[in-house]
Design a protein around this ligand. Structure first.
Ligand code: 5GP
Length: 193
């Protein structure tokens, strides 16, 4: 997605070996117009897949996911990272190791929001080693729902998340694929959409 790649080149900052900071438009301050365009591109890619729910993980997946849900006209569910006393009914959970925070946390979705009648599109902001997406796949499979694919805004293709997910038999659609950081500069490979 050229609009996204151009924005990454303009406003993204490479931190250390393998982190891209995009807090001015995606992970902290959010550019809703860009998110809306991202939503349309994912919706176009999955328009014939019979998607009934979009699933993401808090916090930074929520912004793109809500616009994907709008474009597909289905609900968006975000997995919660902290147990909450209002989550009194059945909950589906998975353990997720966070690449950026370097801690393992239990993520959960109330079972009433997913069933075997659902076909899910998973959406997340970044794909690094695939742990966040893998946790979401576990939760979705506990619900007996189907997964049509995983939509990623920014994939770091030099890490092994894509392989992990494709080996699990799930299609990955990434709007920007970073093949390397070279001297602090982002180098792209061809994206999926
Ligand atoms: P994974 O679970 O695929 O290893 O990592 C994906 C999660 O880690 C994403 O949900 C995202 O929040 C975070 N993440 C991974 N790499 C980056 C990065 O380079 N920059 C930012 N801002 N977040 C990242």
């Amino acid at each position: 997605m050229k609009l996204l790649e151009d924005r990454i080149l303009k406003d993204g900052n490479v931190l250390g070996e393998n982190i891209l900071k995009v807090d001015s438009f995606l992970t902290h301050q959010v550019d809703y117009e860009l998110m809306q365009e991202i939503g349309k591109v994912f919706a176009e890619a999955y328009k014939n897949a019979g998607i009934t729910k979009v699933v993401t993980i808090e916090a930074s997946g929520i912004a793109p996911a809500i616009y994907v849900a709008q474009a597909l006209d289905v609900p968006m569910i975000f997995a919660k990272k902290h147990k909450n006393i209002t989550m009194t009914e059945g909950i589906l959970t998975a353990e997720v190791y966070s690449f950026t925070k370097q801690v393992t946390s239990t993520v959960s979705i109330a079972s009433k929001f997913l069933s075997e009648n659902d076909t899910v599109l998973v959406v997340d902001d970044f794909l690094a080693n695939g742990q966040a997406a893998k946790g979401l796949l576990e939760i979705i499979s506990q619900a007996g729902a189907k997964v049509a694919g995983i939509g990623i805004v920014i994939e770091k293709s030099f890490q092994n998340g894509r392989k992990l997910l494709e080996d699990a038999g799930v299609a990955v659609t990434s709007l920007a694929r970073i093949k390397a950081f070279e001297e602090g500069k982002v180098k792209f490979m061809e994206a999926d959409a």
